[in-house]
Design a protein around this ligand. Sequence first.
Ligand SMILES: Nc1ncnc2c1ncn2[C@@H]1O[C@H](COP(=O)(O)OS(=O)(=O)O)[C@@H](OP(=O)(O)O)[C@H]1O
Ligand SMILES: Nc1ncnc2c1ncn2[C@@H]1O[C@H](COP(=O)(O)OP(=O)(O)O)[C@@H](O)[C@H]1O
Length: 637
Amino acid sequence: MAISHEAPVAPGGAHAQVADYLRRHEGKSLLRFITCGSVDDGKSTLIGRLLHDTRLLLDDQVSALESDSKRFGTQNGEIDFALLVDGLAAEREQGITIDVAYRFFDTDKRKFIVADCPGHEQYTRNMATGASTAELAVMLVDARKGLLTQTRRHSYIVSLLGIRHVLLAVNKMDLVDYDETVFNDIVAGYRELAATLGIPHVTCIPLSALKGDNMLQRSAAMPWYTGETLLQHLETVRIERSGANGSLGFRMPVQWVCRPDQDFRGFAGTIAAGAIAPGDEIAVLPSGQRSRIARIVTAGGDLPRAAAGQAVTLTLADEIDASRGDVLAAAASPPEIADQFAAHLLWLGEQPLLPGRPYWLRIGTRTVGAQVTEIKHKVDVNTQEELAAKHLVLNEVAYCNLYLDQPVPFEAYADNHELGAFILIDRQSNATVAAGTLAFALRRAGNIHWQHLEVNKAARAQIKHQTPRCLWFTGLSGSGKSTIANLVEKKLLALGRHTYLLDGDNVRHGLNKDLGFTAEDRVENIRRVAEVARLMVDAGLIVLVSFISPFRAERRMARELFGEGEFLEVFVDTPLEVAEQRDVKGLYARARAGEIRNFTGIDSPYEVPERAEVTLDTTAAQPQALADRLVALLTAP
Ligand SMILES: Nc1ncnc2c1ncn2[C@@H]1O[C@H](COP(=O)(O)OS(=O)(=O)O)[C@@H](OP(=O)(O)O)[C@H]1O
Ligand SMILES: Nc1ncnc2c1ncn2[C@@H]1O[C@H](COP(=O)(O)OP(=O)(O)O)[C@@H](O)[C@H]1O
C-alpha cells in the first residue's frame, strides 16, 4: 500500500498548508469520521495505531493550526481550516473552547479527517461538535464490557446528528481470547439498538487496536472473521452526502457584510446547500426581498459558479439590505420562515433546562431569543424509552417545543444541517447549554398577526392622567414585599392613580393555582404574571407585582417585556435571618423542620438582583418611609 507522509505543520502557515494538503490529494474522496466510546475503550490507541501504521505524522500542531486560523479569521476566498473541519458552526462562532482535535491522514485510496474528542467530562459536548460534520462514526466497545450507557448515548447523538454509517469496533478482542461468541453477542445487541435509532448502515469488526488485529491486516487470531479490516472499511465505504440536500436549492447564511468602500457591497459566507451562478435570482430572508447574483467574488478571482461548502462573497444586482444572520436563498424555492418548532435537544448545561426560561438561540449566523415552551418527552438513552420530564439535566436528551422571539429562515436538520442545527446559550454566563436539531415548524410565522387596535396604551394612559408602569417587588418570603406594595397602592389611590396589585399569594389561588415551588414551576409562575402585568400596563395602569421571583433570568425576562423606563425592579432587601425571625406565616419554622420543601432561602436559591432600580433596606427604615420613597419616584414630574 502506498502511504504518503505529511510533514508537521508550522503554526504560521495554516491556510497555505491546508490548501497544499488538499491540492496534493485532490483526486481522492474525503471521509470525515469521529471516534466514540467510553474513556477506557481504547479510542486513543485506535487512532494512534491508525496514524502510526499509516505512518503519517499527524501532530498536535493541527490544533495549533486550527486556533491559528480562528485567530486570524476567515479571509475572503482563502481556504479556512476551520471551515473544513470545524463542528457546529454556531459553537465556533460562540467562541467556546471545544476540545476537538482534527487529524488528517490519507492512504492511496482516500483522505481522512478524524475528529478526536478527549473522553473527559465535557466529552458529550465535544462529541456532538465533532459528530456534526462527520459522515461516519467509529463506535468503540470494549469486548469485555459490551454495550454501555455511553455506547447508547453516543449512538443516540450520532443518529440525532444524522450520521448514517456506524462502524462498530469491538475492541480488546485479545482480552477475551478472540472469542467469536463474545463478538456475536455484542453485534446482536448493537444491531438491535441501531435499528431502534434508525441508523441504516452498521458494520461490525472485531479487533485489537493494541495488537493491530484487523486494523490494517486481517488477524490470524480470528480466522472466523472474514469481513473487512478497519482501514479497508474506511477506505471503501460509500457515503451518500446527507444534510446538504442540494435539491432544495441554493442557501447561504450571511456571515458578514463586506463593504470596503462605497462602490462595493458583498455578502460573505459559506454556501450551505445547492449551487449559484451570476444571473441567478435569489431572495434575502427573512425580509423576502429579491435580486440577482451579480458576481461571485473570491481572492483568486470571480467564479462562474460556486456550490455547497465553498466560502464566497456574493454581490447583488440591486441595492438590497441584508445583514449578518440573514439567509440568501434560491428565489424559486426559499426555506420556510417560522418561530415555533419541534426540536431535539441535548442538554449540556450545568444548571437544568427550565421550560419558559429565556435563552439565546444561535442558528446559522443568527442569534435570537428563545424558550423551550414544553418538553414533550425526554429519552432514556439506555432503553430509548420516552419519559415525561419537567426539566432536563446535564447530558439528557429530549424532544421539545421551541419558541423564538423572532421568525427565522430554517430547514429541517434532515435536509440541511446548516439551517437546521442550533445551540442554546445561557444569557447570564454566555455558556453553550444545549445543542439541538430542528425537526419541523409548529406554525408558520406568518399565520398569527398582531391585531392592530385603534385605542392604544398612550390613549388609555392619557385618560387616566398617568404614566403606566410596572413596579416589580422581589425579595425573600417575609421580606416585606406585600406590606410595602400595599402601602404604595393605598398612597397612589389617594392621589387618584389607577393601580393594580398582583400578589404571589393571591395569583397562586387563581391563574397559577396549578403551580408549586419547584424551579420550573416558579419560572412559569413568573412568566405568566409578567405577561399579565404587561397587559395591565398596556391598559394604562400602574401595576405593582409582589412575587419572590427568586431567579435573575426570569426577572430579566419580565423586564424585557416592557418599554424603556416602564419597568422598575424593587429589591426588598431583608437578610434571611431577619425574615426568618419575623416569620409572619410560620413558614420558615416549618421549612426548617423539613415540613416544606424547596423553600426560598432554605433549600431553594434566591438570586440577589444585580441591577434593581431601587433597593429598600427594611432593617434601616419603616414600611411607611420606604413606601413614600417609591411614591415620590413614581410621581416625580
Ligand atoms: N416553598 C416555598 N418557597 C417560597 N414560598 C412559599 C413556599 N411554599 C409556600 N410559599 C408561599 O408562597 C409565597 C411565594 O409565592 P411566589 O409566587 O411569590 O413565589 S415565586 O415568585 O414563584 O418564587 C410566599 O409568600 P410571601 O411570603 O408573601 O413571599 C409563601 O407564603
Ligand atoms: N421595614 C419593613 N418593611 C416591610 N415590612 C416590615 C418592615 N419591618 C418589619 N416588617 C414586617 O415584616 C413582615 C413582612 O411580611 P410581608 O409583607 O408579608 O412580606 P412578603 O410579602 O415579602 O412575604 C410584615 O409583618 C411587616 O410588618
